[in-house]
Design a protein around this ligand. Structure first.
Ligand code: SF4
Ligand code: SF4
Length: 354
């Protein structure tokens, strides 16, 4: 029996939604309309089973970088042939939808977040919460050469910004009046799929472009040394680091290393001894980094949940990266949390792990 008082996204499966309901689910963040790069195997080697996807801060040529919507949604198929048309099945198949994406959240059994226009009643909250790409797109794809796309790789489209984590009223900061308060925070009458007080939503940008192969396949084969054009630093992380998956602490260390590489998001490398290796299962997946060497992969399994190839390790890295040997790194979007607890806050009431 379904409860008709519930909003449609709570009582219907994605596959049961009307077209209007489906379209209204897009929060208009524009993250999926960033150009993405897909990892490829070096020439002559088999393609990776689960290739990594890298987001860039380069926007699709039709992306309006202020509204974060498609400038010609009706004709996008003709104008951008690799624009993906999302359906309930496609959402399950593609692995690159950002973790904040409404379709992905619902497919994973989560609710819409507080910043979603259907929840907040205001299309601006997706921008205020830092979920949208507004102000973060550095260029349009028309202005960036294929071979320069790698220099635009960024980590933020796969992260939830701090401001978005807690709803106002539950410890989060309240948006300014012109964003939320003026229209109130009541739930929307969503059955018509648009119902934001003050007018319909602009046309949505529900799909995103397919990921493209990383240009120049051969680039991955030769060893490269970090330098001014591709700096890599390795530093001890001063925090107590805990990694959580399916409610369990799968790694707990005060000896993590932080690796900062060019414009990529920093990555924490954990000593293997400080990880619960009984939850790891080695897979056949491997990748090659010209600066670090060959990476082996592990799936993480705790109880009934599995995160495929969620962990990697350079077991025999190139000499310049010897400090990483055997350490484990976890994909932030494939675990529940990577907590970094400053030593001075440990034990304080309310501090994570305290
Ligand atoms: S489909 Fe794209 S624009 Fe819409 S919510 Fe998902 S990531 Fe954001
Ligand atoms: S919906 Fe498709 S065509 Fe429109 S901006 Fe997004 S990726 Fe580009």
């Amino acid at each position: 029996m379904t409860d008709d008082s519930l909003p449609f996204w709570r009582r219907k499966a994605l596959s049961e939604m009307t077209e209007e309901e489906w379209e209204s689910l897009c929060d208009g963040c524009g993250r999926c309309c960033l150009v993405k790069l897909e990892e490829e195997a070096p020439e002559g080697e088999p393609e990776p089973e689960n290739p990594r996807i890298f987001f860039t801060d380069v926007g699709c040529r039709l992306l309006d970088t202020h509204s974060c919507r498609c400038r010609d949604y009706a004709n996008r198929d003709a104008l951008v042939p690799d624009c993906v048309r999302l359906t309930a099945r496609v959402v399950q198949e593609i692995g690159w939808l950002p973790p904040t994406c409404a379709y992905r959240r619902l497919a994973e059994g989560k609710d819409l977040a507080w910043w979603h226009p259907l929840v907040s009643g205001d299309p601006e909250t997706v921008h205020w919460a830092g979920i949208s790409v507004r102000g973060r797109v550095r260029a349009s794809e028309d202005k960036v050469a294929e071979e320069a796309l790698e220099d635009h790789i960024v980590g933020w489209p796969l992260r939830v910004p701090k401001r978005a984590r807690k709803p106002p009223g539950e410890g989060g900061t309240a948006p300014p009046n012109d964003s939320l308060g003026a229209r109130g925070r009541s739930r929307l009458p969503v059955a018509d799929g648009r119902g934001v007080a003050g007018g319909p939503l602009a046309p949505p940008s529900a799909p995103g472009q397919k990921a493209r192969p990383v240009p120049d396949k051969n680039r991955a084969q030769a060893m490269k040394l970090p330098g001014p054009d591709h700096p890599i630093t390795i530093e001890p992380n001063p925090n107590h680091v805990r990694i959580i998956f399916n409610g369990r602490v799968v790694a707990d260390t005060r000896r993590a290393l932080t690796v900062k590489e060019a414009s990529l998001a920093p990555v924490l490398y954990i000593p293997r001894e400080d990880a619960e290796t009984r939850y790891l299962e080695r897979t056949s997946h491997t990748t090659h980094c010209p600066y670090k060497g060959d990476a082996a992969y592990y799936s993480l399994r705790v109880g009934d949940r599995e995160a495929v190839n969620a962990v990697w390790s350079y077991e025999h890295p190139y000499p310049a990266m010897a400090a990483l040997a055997g350490r484990l790194a976890f994909y932030p979007d494939r675990v529940e949390a990577i907590e970094q607890i400053p030593e001075e806050t440990e034990g304080e009431a309310g501090a994570p792990g305290g």
